[in-house]
Design a protein around this ligand. Structure first.
Ligand SMILES: Cc1cc2nc3c(=O)[nH]c(=O)nc-3n(C[C@H](O)[C@H](O)[C@H](O)COP(=O)(O)OP(=O)(O)OC[C@H]3O[C@@H](n4cnc5c(N)ncnc54)[C@H](O)[C@@H]3O)c2cc1C
Ligand code: SF4
Length: 502
């Protein structure tokens, strides 16, 4: 009896464990576009289009390789709207007695699929650290630090190693990677692709069926095939990697991508292989084409942060999503959906998010994330926002970045201190403040930068909790030295701004 091989929308990899376990001659591959997955948060229109178009191209790729693929488009009149419904229908259609699938990337689906009858879930082997091994490593450790995990991963993969020692003598070159924004001339841009007929059909579908979702659908320029994803990565290696390191934290109005790779949408779908990418980055360094700080910085993001946050996601379990150590309760301000705010930094990052379904790491962490942290926005609402608005957002990677790194809502499990900063950080790393209605230098009064007002409000709100954190000590001592009248004034100004968010 043939088996049904279910391939999910972010499992577009020919070497997927479920395909490896299947028999091309007798088994049937099922791929289905279902409303339940497209709507459980209101994903950005570009994200839905990217996933559906890439799925359709992958189905064609599998057929070319000789697989029997049953593909259910969203508009199929019989489409039940759920994965479970589509699996049941396909079992009957093909007379299958069992289902094989690679584990999904979310607790929500994992819990659901674990209840399906006659279904075998296989490990997702597309990562460099297996999640059970991570849990064993993490269990019982006093503090979890990415840097320790990263060194293990360098040794495990052999990337940038000279024997047992890191290439160049240091494990981490982050201190070289904090330069202010470059001039606007000659900046690289990511590779753009014109939609082919398959993608154009999906764009039409998304425009019709998801008009109420966030974000601009067009212009749509993401690649939707494995070859295009590879070409986009090659383009990054040639045009942007050399300066990736030094400008990694910079932000510049009108230059949305700077030297970032803009490959996470492809990588998270399974169109690129993380180890292959890192090996190619290392080869570029060994060939003398790019400096070590850029190569190391890039490799650290992939084998360090990306694997580390995934490990934490699975290790902490489904309850991690409800973490709220700082008891933040404020609703997400409406301007997160519109960009309609006089704060130039937030306006730029949110407008770009709406138009591109992309913002780079520092825009997410130090602008939208930092503001939410300082203002005490409910981390779960914020998590649903990040999950919806970015083309690369899948819960295994988005949730720990939001809950742990950006909002400190897990109480410091993932990050050693809150990523809280005043306007001075944004001024140093961007040119946003020049066009802002607020004055980044002002610390009080109606014109004062809201990040400045909220920074001290945040420190004061959480002073008792943060006193136990050695890295926050210097800022707490500054707060303690302020005269009581100054403290009271700062708190009043901060609160007055917060009241405007209602
Ligand atoms: C609040 C918040 C939410 C985030 N949500 C997501 C998300 O949903 N999906 C996602 O892929 N990344 C997420 N990130 C991490 C990071 O912002 C994106 O991976 C990065 O911006 C993708 O753009 P890029 O491909 O140009 O990355 P580059 O800056 O060029 O980095 C190269 C690659 O490194 C990996 N990477 C870098 N930083 C991280 C990180 N902190 N965690 C995991 N991988 C990393 C990505 O795969 C990325 O493609 C989030 C970060 C924050 C602070
Ligand atoms: S002044 Fe403050 S709010 Fe305005 S852009 Fe600068 S950091 Fe952002």
């Amino acid at each position: 009896m043939s088996r049904l091989i279910l391939v999910l929308g972010d499992q577009l990899t020919p070497g997927l464990s479920s395909l490896q376990a299947a028999d091309r001659a007798s088994d049937v591959v099922l791929m289905a576009e279902v409303m339940a997955e497209a709507r459980y948060v209101r994903h950005h229109k570009k994200k839905i289009a990217l996933v559906f178009a890439a799925m359709r191209h992958f189905a064609a790729e599998l057929r070319e390789q000789g697989w029997r693929v049953d593909y259910v488009p969203l508009d199929d009149p019989g489409n039940s709207g759920s994965l479970r419904g589509e699996v049941e229908r396909a079992m009957v259609r093909h007379g299958c007695g069992a289902v094989i699938a690679t584990e999904p990337g979310e607790w929500r689906l994992m819990q659901e699929m674990a209840q399906w009858p006659a279904t075998t879930l296989l490990d997702d082997a597309r990562f460099l650290a297996d999640r059970h091994g991570f849990a064993r490593w993490a269990q019982g450790r006093k503090g979890l630090r990415m840097e320790h995990f990263y060194r293990l991963m360098r040794r495990k993969t052999g990337l940038l190693m000279e024997g047992d020692q890191p290439a160049g003598g240091q494990w981490n070159y982050d201190h070289d990677n904090r330069e202010r924004p470059p001039g606007a001339l000659g900046l690289p841009t990511p590779m753009r692709f014109a939609p082919d007929a398959v993608t154009a059909e999906v764009l039409d579908l998304v425009a019709r069926r998801f008009p109420d979702h966030f974000g601009d659908l067009t212009p749509f320029w993401f690649g939707t095939t494995r070859d295009q994803a590879r070409a986009a990565f090659d383009h990054f290696l040639t045009h942007a990697l050399a300066d990736f390191g030094r400008y990694q934290d910079a932000m510049l109005t009108g230059h949305r991508f700077l030297h970032h790779a803009v490959v996470s949408p492809y990588l998270n779908l399974g169109l690129l292989d993380p180890l292959d990418m890192c090996q190619r980055v290392e080869a570029a360094w060994r060939a003398g084409l790019v400096p070590l700080n850029s190569a190391e910085g890039f490799i650290r993001q992939i084998i360090g942060w990306r694997e580390f946050v995934r490990g934490i996601y699975w290790w902490r379990g489904p309850d991690y999503a409800a973490s709220n150590a700082l008891e933040a309760k404020r609703p997400l301000p409406a301007f997160y959906w519109t960009g309609d705010t006089p704060m130039a930094c937030l306006r730029a990052c949110i407008t770009q998010t709406r138009e591109e379904a992309y913002a780079h790491h520092i825009q997410r962490l130090m602008v939208t994330g930092n503001f939410a942290l300082l203002a005490g926005i409910d981390p779960h609402e914020l998590h649903e926002w990040y999950l919806a608005v970015y083309a690369d957002a899948y819960e295994w990677v988005e949730l720990p970045n939001t809950i742990g790194m950006s909002q400190f809502a897990d109480g410091g499990l993932l990050a050693s201190k809150p990523y809280a900063a005043s306007g001075a950080y944004i001024q140093r790393m961007s040119d946003y403040c020049g066009s802002c209605a607020y004055d980044v230098k002002a610390k009080e009064g109606a014109k004062a930068c809201p990040f400045n007002l909220l920074y001290w409000h945040f420190i004061a709100r959480h002073a008792e909790r943060l006193r136990g954190n050695a890295r926050m000590g210097p800022m707490l001592r500054v707060w303690d030295r302020f005269a009581p009248e100054k403290q009271a004034q700062l708190l009043r100004d901060g609160q007055a701004f917060l009241d405007t968010l209602r």
